[in-house]
Design a protein around this ligand. Structure first.
Ligand SMILES: NC(=O)c1ccc[n+]([C@@H]2O[C@H](COP(=O)([O-])OP(=O)(O)OC[C@H]3O[C@@H](n4cnc5c(N)ncnc54)[C@H](OP(=O)(O)O)[C@@H]3O)[C@@H](O)[C@H]2O)c1
Length: 258
C-alpha cells in the first residue's frame, strides 16, 4: 500500500503549489512530491517548522514552506489568504484537514463556538477566499477531511461542476493522532485500543488518494473512506440542509458566495 502511494506521490511532482492545512502527521506523508511547492498552513509555527524541516530532510524538497494560519480567527484567515494570493500564482490542491474534537466550550476570535468555527467556518472562509485561484489553476482539487461521525451530524457538498475544480470529502479512519487530546476518557481509550487504530501514515492515505489519484480527475461531490467511495448518511445528502448550512455560513462570515 505504501509503495503504491510512493508511486502516486511521484505523480504529484508536477503540482507546483500544494496548500496543506495543519496536521503534522499527514503533512509528512503527503509532502513527498519533490517538485511540488507545499505550503503548510498552521497556527503553531514552531511545530510546523519542525515538521517542515523533517519533510525537507527526508524528501530533499526545499519547497516546503510554513505559513501562519489560525482557523479560529477570520482575521488570520484573511491575512493568510491575502499574502498567499499575492505570493503564489497557482494553487492546485487545497486539503482542508485541521480539526478539533471534544474541546471544552470555547469561542473563536469572532465568537463562533470552537468546533463550528474551526472545523467548518474556518475552512469554508479559506476555501471561499482561495477559490478563484483554484479555478485559475484548474485542474484543481479541494479535499475536505471529514469524518464517519457525520452519520450522527451534518455534512454539506457543493456542486462546483463546470469549473474544473473538484471538491470531495473523506473519512480518514480512526487514527491514533492528537485529535482526542481534549478528552481524558477518549485519550485513555485511544491508548488502550491503539493497536486497532490506524497509524497517522495509514490515516493519511485517503487524503492523499483524493488529492492525487488520476481516476478522480473529474470526480466531485463524493465522500471517501479507505480510498474508495463510502456511504453518506441521509442527513449528509439532504439538499435542503446543505443549502441552509451554506447560507447560514455565509451570513455568519459576512460573505456572499452563490
Ligand atoms: N483521528 C481520527 O480518528 C479521526 C477520525 C475522523 C476524522 N478525523 C479528522 O482528521 C483531521 C485531522 O485530525 P487528526 O486526527 O490528525 O488530529 P490532530 O492530530 O489533533 O490534528 C489536528 C490538526 O488541526 C490543527 N488545528 C486545530 N485547530 C486549529 C486552528 N484553529 N487553526 C489551525 N490549525 C488548527 C492542529 O494544530 P496543532 O498542531 O497546532 O494543535 C492539528 O495540527 C481532522 O479534521 C479530524 O476531524 C480524524
Amino acid at each position: 500500500m505504501l509503495n503504491c502511494w510512493e508511486a502516486a506521490l511521484g505523480a504529484a511532482v508536477s503540482i507546483p503549489v500544494f496548500l496543506f492545512v495543519a496536521a503534522p502527521y499527514i503533512r509528512r506523508y503527503v509532502a513527498g512530491g519533490r517538485c511540488a511547492r507545499i505550503i503548510i498552513a498552521c497556527r503553531d509555527i514552531a511545530k510546523a517548522e519542525a515538521a517542515a524541516s523533517e519533510i525537507r530532510a527526508e524528501t530533499g524538497n526545499q519547497q516546503v514552506i510554513v505559513k501562519k494560519l489560525d482557523l479560529a480567527d477570520t482575521k488570520s484567515i484573511r491575512e493568510f489568504a491575502e499574502k498567499f494570493l499575492a505570493e503564489e500564482k497557482e494553487l492546485h490542491i487545497l486539503i482542508n484537514n485541521a480539526g478539533v474534537m471534544l474541546c471544552p466550550y470555547s469561542k473563536t476570535a469572532d465568537g463562533f463556538e470552537m468546533h463550528l468555527g474551526v472545523n467548518h467556518l474556518g475552512h469554508f472562509l479559506l476555501t471561499f477566499l482561495l477559490l478563484e485561484r483554484l479555478k485559475q489553476s484548474a485542474p484543481a482539487r479541494i479535499v475536505n477531511v471529514s469524518s464517519l461521525a457525520h452519520h450522527g451530524g451534518r455534512i454539506r457538498f457543493h456542486d462546483l461542476q463546470g469549473t474544473k475544480v473538484t471538491a470531495n470529502a473523506l473519512h480518514p479512519g480512526s487514527v491514533y493522532s492528537e485529535l482526542v487530546r481534549h478528552s481524558s476518557v477518549m485519550s485513555w481509550l485511544w491508548k488502550i485500543f491503539s493497536f486497532f487504530l490506524k497509524t497517522p501514515s495509514e490515516g493519511a492515505q485517503t487524503s492523499i488518494y483524493c488529492a492525487v489519484a488520476e481516476e478522480l480527475d473529474s470526480v466531485t461531490g463524493q465522500y471517501f473512506s479507505d480510498c474508495q467511495p463510502a456511504y453518506v448518511s441521509p442527513r449528509g445528502r439532504d439538499d435542503e440542509t446543505a443549502k441552509k448550512l451554506w447560507s447560514v455560513s455565509c451570513e455568519l462570515l459576512g460573505i456572499q458566495w452563490d
